[in-house]
Structures are given as structure tokens and as C-alpha cells.
Write a protein that binds this ligand. Sequence first.
Ligand SMILES: *[C@@H]1O[C@H](CO)[C@@H](O)[C@H](O)[C@H]1NC(C)=O
Ligand SMILES: *[C@@H]1O[C@H](CO)[C@@H](O)[C@H](O)[C@H]1NC(C)=O
Ligand SMILES: *[C@@H]1O[C@H](CO)[C@@H](O)[C@H](O)[C@H]1NC(C)=O
Ligand SMILES: *[C@@H]1O[C@H](CO)[C@@H](O)[C@H](O)[C@H]1NC(C)=O
Length: 202
Amino acid sequence: MKSLLLLTFLSAVSGLPRPSLFTENPALSSKSLLTRETPAAAAANTTASSCSQAVLALASGIQSNIADQNNELATVTALGNVLAQNPMDLTLYSATQASLLSFVQKGIQIREENQRIAPAGNAAIAGLATVAMAQVAELSLTVSLALGGNGTDVAKANATVETLKGDFKGGIKQNMMNLAAATANCTMSAATGSTAAKSVAY
Ligand SMILES: *[C@@H]1O[C@H](CO)[C@@H](O)[C@H](O)[C@H]1NC(C)=O
Ligand SMILES: *[C@@H]1O[C@H](CO)[C@@H](O)[C@H](O)[C@H]1NC(C)=O
Ligand SMILES: *[C@@H]1O[C@H](CO)[C@@H](O)[C@H](O)[C@H]1NC(C)=O
Ligand SMILES: *[C@@H]1O[C@H](CO)[C@@H](O)[C@H](O)[C@H]1NC(C)=O
């Protein structure tokens, strides 16, 4: 009972990925992540080597993508709040939708760069392809939220906003798994690793 509570607590504070839309890599189970991130265990393991510059660059790129995804989630949430106004501020709606579109486009550029710099055989490569597919759908949904000549269908736009909230949360979880996979065979600096592990609370 105590150990179950401890595990639940550790899972909650470390923001471990709990994907619903994406398949989970068994190699990245809560247990193996926790083991890997325990400083005592890492220190005791003399065989694990430091990550190469290429892997560190990829890890940094994935962290940038996660930061952009957090902006996407915050912006689509703001768009939902604008939709809830009555009467709705159409100028604010348009500006918020445009801002969302630019975050989505930036996320695509970051992911493309991550795919370009990923070292051959790196374990994050499959997960980056999953992000790429999700981004295609997110871009299309975001474009569909643009104001038309007759304004917008609030109920329809609201449903799209709710879908995007779930998509962005799923994308953050996927990139958290990608970050773990990218660095699975090497050690990152403790500061960078713990920041990455705690940056998501969804
Ligand atoms: C230490 O490294 C070895 C070889 O890579 C691995 O098999 C083992 O699981 C690692 N142990 C820990 C505690 O990380
Ligand atoms: C948007 O959808 C959410 C979730 O279904 C609902 O709680 C909210 O009231 C809706 N807002 C509008 C403006 O339709
Ligand atoms: C990690 O090591 C395993 C076993 O040696 C290997 O199959 C895998 O490709 C390696 N992953 C990365 C990211 O280098
Ligand atoms: C606006 O609505 C009218 C009447 O339904 C329709 O004929 C027109 O094509 C619409 N314009 C745009 C830009 O959607």
C-alpha cells in the first residue's frame, strides 16, 4: 500500500507520459524512466557514457518543440475563451487564430529540423514521425478556424478548439517520450534532464 502511494506520487510529480492517442514504447515505462533518473543509480553505473553533441542537439530541439507545443495549448485555450464571449470580439478572435497558426507552423519547422539532425538509428526517430503526422492534422484544423466572410460558426469552432486541446496535449506527451528515447543510452547533465522531465504537467 505504501509503495503504491509512493509510485503514484512519483508518477504525479515527475509528469511521466501517459499517452492516450499515441502508442506507448514499453522501453519507456514509468519504472525504467524512474530508474534511469535516480541520481544514485546513474552515478553507480560506470558504463553509461555522456551523450554525444548530436544527441544533445536533438534533445535540445525536442525541448524547443515542447515549449512551442505549450504555447499552442495556451493559445488555443485563449481562442476557446474568446469564443465563449457574447458578443464575441471578432478582431481578437482573428488575432488569436493567427497567433495559433504561427505557433503550429513554427512547431512544424522545429520538428523538421529535429528529423534532419537526428543521428542515424536514434530511438526517437519513429516518435518524431508520429509528431509529423499529428502536425498535419493540427495545421488543417487550425486553418479551418480562420474567420470566414460570414463570421464563424461558434459551436463548430468550439468543437475544433476542444479537439486541438487534446491533440496538443498528446503531442507534448509524445515529445516527452521522444526526449527520453533520444537520450536513452547516454547521460545528460542533471540540470537539463530534470528540467525536461518536469516541464509538462498534463
Ligand atoms: C548500466 O548500464 C548497463 C549497460 O549499458 C545497463 O545494462 C544497465 O541497465 C545500467 N544500469 C543502470 C542502473 O542504469
Ligand atoms: C465549448 O465546448 C466546451 C466543451 O464541450 C463547453 O464546455 C463550452 O461550453 C463550449 N463553449 C461554447 C462557447 O460553445
Ligand atoms: C541503445 O542501445 C540499444 C542496445 O544496444 C540499441 O538497440 C539502440 O539502438 C540504442 N539506441 C540509441 C538511441 O542509440
Ligand atoms: C455568406 O453567407 C451567404 C448566405 O448563406 C452565402 O451565399 C455566401 O456565400 C457566404 N459567404 C462566404 C464568404 O462564406
